[in-house]
Design a protein around this ligand. Structure first.
Ligand code: AGP
Length: 613
C-alpha cells in the first residue's frame, strides 16, 4: 500500500523524490522519508505524518545528492511513528531500503537475525530485509547478489528499492508477488523508479514494469533486468500516454470533488475507440474474442473489492439481462477460499481501479489456475491486473487520486454495459434494433451526468442538514440496489459516519427496527420498474418517524410531498440509471465530510491501493 520513489542521475535527488512522494500520498500517509547519498554517505530524513512534515524536516536539515530513495507509508507492522518510518538503514549504515509489502515469515527471520546479534530499532518487518541484505553483502560484496539472495528468503509479496554507499552508481530494485508495482522510467542520463506512475510521469513516459520474481540494477545510463536466479531478461518498455495535468487538483478544493465533476468527461473517455458509429456496434479488440468463443461461455464470475465490487454488481444485472449468461459477483478476498466452480467455459472478470489490489490479483490467479478465461477492467495502465489478463478493457479515465473512488466507479459500469452489448451481439441474444437503441442510450450518459451535477448546490444544502447524524440507512432495489451499498460506503469512508446499504425489500426483515427520528433513511427511487415498491419503503420509514432523503427522477411530483429532502437525477433508461443515481450520493458524502472539516482525499486508516491481503 505504501508508495516508493527513487532517482539516480545528475540532478539533486531530494526534491524529485519528495515531489514524487507527494503524488503518491494517496497510497499511504502514516509517515514518509527519504535517503540520499550525500558525499558518499547515506543521509536519512524521515518522520511520522504526512509529507508536509518531511518537507519541514528537510528544510531544517537539508540533504542533497544525485542518488536517493523515498517512501510514504501505510502502516502494517508497527505504529505510524518516526522509528517505523522508511527508509531503514543496515546496522553499518551502508545499505538502505524502502519497501512495500509484508514479510510473512518476519518473526522467524527476526529470531534468526537476533541470534546473530542484530539489533532492531523498529517494529517493522522491513528491517529484517535490510539486515539480510547486509549479511549477504558481507559475503558477496555485490548489492544485486545480496538482494537476490534476500528475496529468496522472504515470504510474501514485495516491491523494494535498495541503495548502498558501497555501490554509489546504482540502485537495485526488485519485485516479488503482487505488493504493488515497480515501474522503471528512463530519462536522459537519469533514471526513475516508482511504485506508481503519477510519481514519475512528469519526468518520463518510457516505462518498464518489473514482473514478479524480477530484479533490476539501475544506473544513470540504463538498467538491466534479471530473474532472482540471475538469468538476464530482455524487458519490454512502453510509452505511457498520460496527461500529468490530470493528476493535479486544479481549481477544485479536493481531488474527490474534481474527480466527481470529471465524470462528464471520463464517462465519454471510457467509450473512446469502443463504439463503431457506422453500424452502432461495440468493438472491444483487446478482449481477443471470436463469436464462436463468445457462444461457449456458460458463466461469468465478476470479482473485485469495495467500490469496484459494487460496479460489478450493477454489471451483473446488465450482462444477465442482455446475454442471459449467468453472472456471479464475488468479493475478491473470498474467491480463492470457497473453491468456486470454474472451468474452461467460465470467464473470471476482475474490476480494479489500481490493478494492484492484492485480493483481486489473487482471485485472478485462482481463475487462471482453474482454467478460466481471464478478463479485467482496469484503470492503471500497465498494472498487474491489466498485464495478467487474457483480455482487458481499460477504463481510460486518467489518474484517480482521491481515496474514495468516484469516476472509477461509474466508468466500469459503462465498460460492463459495452461488454454486455458486445457479448449479446456476438451470441445473437439481441437484435440489431435493440443494439442500436442500447448504444443510443449509452451515448446520452455524459450529458445526463452533467445535468445531475447541476444539482450540486441542493445536495450541499441537504448535506448541511444531515452532517451531524450518527448513522444512516441507504435503500435500493433492482439495478439500483448496489448503489445503496456504494452510497453507504462513500459516506463511511470519508465522513466516518456509520452507514449501511440494504436491498430495500430486506428492511422489514430486521433493519426497520432501527428507524426513528435520529436515523435518516436514504431511498433510491428513480422512475423505474421498482418505483412503486420504493414508494412503499418511503411510507414505511415515515410511518415510524424516520426522516427520508430520496433520490428521485426530475419531474416526480409525488416524492417531494412524502420525504424530507430530494436529490434529483434526470430521467434515464433503467440500465444506465445507476450511473446517475450514484452521483448525488458521491456529492452528499463529499459535502458532509468537507462540512465536518475532514480530510476528504486522505481519510484516516485508508489507502488508495490495498496491496496486502
Ligand atoms: C473506494 O472508495 C475504496 N477506497 C475501495 O473500496 C476501493 O474501491 C477498493 O479498495 C478496490 O480498489 P481497486 O479498484 O484499486 O482494486
Amino acid at each position: 500500500m505504501c508508495g516508493i520513489v527513487a532517482y539516480i542521475g545528475e540532478q539533486n535527488a531530494t526534491p524529485i523524490i519528495v515531489n514524487g512522494l507527494k503524488k503518491l500520498e494517496y497510497r499511504g500517509y502514516d509517515s514518509a522519508g527519504v535517503a540520499v547519498l550525500q558525499d558518499n554517505r547515506i543521509e536519512v530524513r524521515r518522520d511520522a505524518g504526512k509529507i508536509a512534515r518531511l518537507e519541514a524536516l528537510i528544510a531544517a536539515q537539508p540533504v542533497r545528492g544525485m542518488v536517493g530513495i523515498g517512501h510514504t507509508r501505510w502502516a502494517t507492522h508497527g505504529a505510524p511513528n518516526q522509528q517505523n518510518a522508511h527508509p531503514h538503514l543496515s546496522s553499518n549504515g551502508e545499505i538502505v531500503i524502502v519497501h512495500n509489502g509484508i514479510v510473512e515469515n518476519y518473526l522467524s527471520l527476526r529470531d534468526e537475525l537476533l541470534a546473530e546479534g542484530a539489533v532492531f530499532h523498529s517494529e517493522t518487518d522491513t528491517e529484517t530485509i535490510v539486515y539480510l541484505i547486509e549479511r549477504y553483502y558481507a559475503v558477496s560484496q555485490n548489492l544485486s547478489k545480496a538482494v537476490q539472495l534476500t528475496m529468496k528468503r522472504v515470504k510474501g509479496a514485495h516491491g523494494l528499492v535498495v541503495m548502498s554507499s558501497r555501490e554509489p552508481d546504482r540502485l537495485v530494485t526488485a519485485r516479488l508477488g503482487n505488493a504493488g508495482g515497480v515501474a522503471i522510467g528512463r530519462g536522459a542520463g537519469e533514471m526513475f523508479i516508482a511504485s506508481d506512475l503519477p510519481a514519475i510521469v512528469e519526468h518520463t513516459r518510457e516505462i518498464t514494469f518489473l514482473e514478479s520474481g524480477q530484479l533490476a540494477v539501475v544506473s544513470r545510463a540504463g538498467f538491466e533486468v534479471q530473474t532472482l536466479d540471475g538469468a538476464k531478461i530482455q524487458p519490454k518498455t512502453q510509452h505511457i500516454p498520460w496527461d500529468p495535468v490530470s493528476a493535479e487538483k486544479g481549481s477544485y478544493r479536493h481531488f474527490m470533488q474534481k474527480e466527481i465533476h470529471e465524470q462528464v468527461r471520463s464517462l465519454s473517455d471510457t467509450m473512446i475507440g469502443r463504439i463503431d458509429f457506422d453500424d452502432y456496434r461495440v468493438v472491444l479488440p483487446d478482449l481477443n474474442l471470436s463469436s464462436e468463443r463468445a457462444k461457449q461461455f456458460r458463466r461469468i464470475f465478476i470479482t473485485a473489492c469495495g467500490t469496484a465490487l459494487h460496479a460489478g454488481m450493477v454489471g451483473k444485472t446488465i450482462i444477465e439481462h442482455l446475454t442471459r449468461i449467468p453472472v456471479e459477483v464475488m468479493v475478491a478476498s473470498e474467491f480463492r477460499y470457497i473453491d468456486p466452480i470454474v472451468d474452461a467455459n467460465t470467464v473470471v472478470l476482475a474490476i480494479s481501479q489500481s490493478g494492484e489490489t492484492a485480493d483481486t490479483l489473487a482471485a485472478m490467479e485462482e481463475g487462471r489456475r482453474k482454467g478460466a478465461t481471464l478478463w479485467s477492467i482496469v484503470n492503471a495502465i500497465g498494472s498487474q491486473a491489466m498485464r495478467s489478463a487474457d483480455g482487458t478493457i481499460a477504463m481510460q479515465v486518467g489518474p484517480e487520486i482521491g481515496v474514495a473512488s468516484t469516476k472509477a466507479f461509474t466508468a466500469p459500469i459503462v465498460d460492463l454495459y459495452m461488454l454486455a452489448v458486445y457479448l449479446a451481439d456476438l451470441r445473437g441474444s439481441i437484435t440489431a434494433e435493440k443494439r442500436i437503441d442500447l448504444i443510443r442510450d449509452l451515448l446520452k450518459v455524459p450529458t445526463l451526468a452533467s445535468k445531475t451535477l447541476e444539482h450540486e448546490g441542493e445536495v450541499e444544502r441537504a448535506a448541511a442538514r444531515y452532517k451531524d447524524i450518527r448513522s444512516m440507512l441507504y435503500l435500493g432495489r433492482g439495478i439500483n440496489m448496489p448503489i445503496a451499498y456504494e452510497g453507504a460506503l462513500k459516506l463511511k469512508e470519508i465522513s466516518y459516519i456509520h452507514a449501511e446499504g440494504y436491498p430495500a425489500g430486506e428492511m422489514k426483515h430486521g433493519p426497520i427496527a432501527l428507524v426513528d427520528k435520529d436515523l435518516p433513511v436514504l431511498v433510491i427511487a428513480p422512475k423505474d420498474a421498482w418505483y412503486e415498491k420504493m414508494i412503499s419503503q418511503i411510507e414505511q420509514a415515515k410511518a415510524r418517524g424516520g426522516q427520508v432523503i430520496a433520490v428521485a427522477t426530475a419531474g416526480d411530483t409525488l416524492i417531494p410531498d412524502l420525504v424530507d429532502e430530494v436529490l434529483w437525477v434526470p430521467e434515464a433508461p433503467w440500465l444506465i440509471s445507476p450511473i446517475l443515481t450514484t452521483i448525488p450520493l458521491q456529492l452528499f458524502a463529499y459535502h458532509i465530510a468537507t462540512q465536518l472539516g475532514l480530510d476528504v482525499d486522505q481519510p484516516r486508516n485508508l489507502a488508495k491501493s490495498v496491496t496486502v491481503e
